[in-house]
Ligand binder design. Structure first.
Ligand SMILES: [Zn+2]
Length: 247
């Protein structure tokens, strides 16, 4: 959002992918994560693919642009052969209870377009700034602008993850996200609506931070100090000017 140079953005996104993995867009975008069991994929409105529906085979090609997986797809039947890759076989075995597409998105042939990842980060940043400014500037916004901001917020949302309850040392909700993207999106939504510890933009350095109390406006004591120094300097300058004017 602050228009950093392209190279810097690209490096940051690469670092994200190395540290956390790809978003798993392949399973996050369609209506169902188990789309491998069907001949066609259904896609709700999204920023990446215009078609509402496409053949499963064509859809897979978007995420395996280099080496294809050895997947045989005949109608609703699909078979996947990884016998000659031990590491990937072990990985697949640990995820046998997951939809096949989730498993496939962890294979080394799986890829996501850089432009799509970038777009996803922009969407999250936009959503956040939109929500933040709506409340920050509420009194100075006219009705038209408020409505526009409400509408662009309404466009944000996603497919809800499924969940089950596990009996651990106490009853615990286990979310099944099926993609990193859905996980990030859900946690981001909870943070965005958290009134105790809201996400805010620092009044001094403009970085986003999670506030320790609802009224916090600075990300750190350092920023608070710097901001106050600038403010008192500005005040001093303007009183100096007034003094000069009076001379
Ligand atoms: Zn700050």
């Amino acid at each position: 959002m602050s228009k950093k140079p392209d190279a810097e953005i690209q490096k940051a996104i690469q670092q994200f992918a190395v540290k956390y993995g790809l978003f798993g867009l392949m399973t996050a975008l369609p209506t169902m994560p188990n789309f491998m069991e069907y001949e066609a994929v259904y896609l709700p409105k999204n920023h990446f693919i215009k078609e509402e529906t496409m053949s499963t085979e064509k859809y897979l090609a978007l995420f395996f642009p280099f080496d294809k997986l050895d997947v045989i797809k005949r109608g609703i039947e699909s078979m996947w052969n990884i016998q000659n890759d031990r590491v990937m076989m072990a990985l697949a075995l640990t995820m046998t209870d997951k939809p096949m597409a989730v498993n496939m998105s962890f294979q080394r042939e799986y890829a996501e377009r850089y432009e799509w990842m970038k777009q996803q980060f922009i969407d999250w940043a936009f959503t956040y700034i939109n929500s933040f400014l709506y409340y920050e500037d509420y009194d100075t916004l006219n009705d038209e602008t408020r409505q526009m901001m409400q509408q662009s917020m309404a466009a944000f949302g996603g497919i809800a993850p499924t969940y089950h309850i596990a009996l651990l040392d106490k009853p615990t909700i286990i979310w099944e996200f099926h993609s990193l993207m859905l996980g990030v999106q859900m946690m981001f939504s909870f943070m965005l609506t958290d009134s105790e510890n809201p996400i805010k933009l620092c009044r001094h350095c403009t970085k986003a931070f999670v506030a320790s109390r609802p009224s916090a406006v600075f990300c750190s004591p350092q920023c608070k100090n710097k901001h106050n120094v600038y403010k008192s300097r500005a005040r001093k300058n303007s009183s100096d000017r007034e003094a000069q004017d009076n001379d």
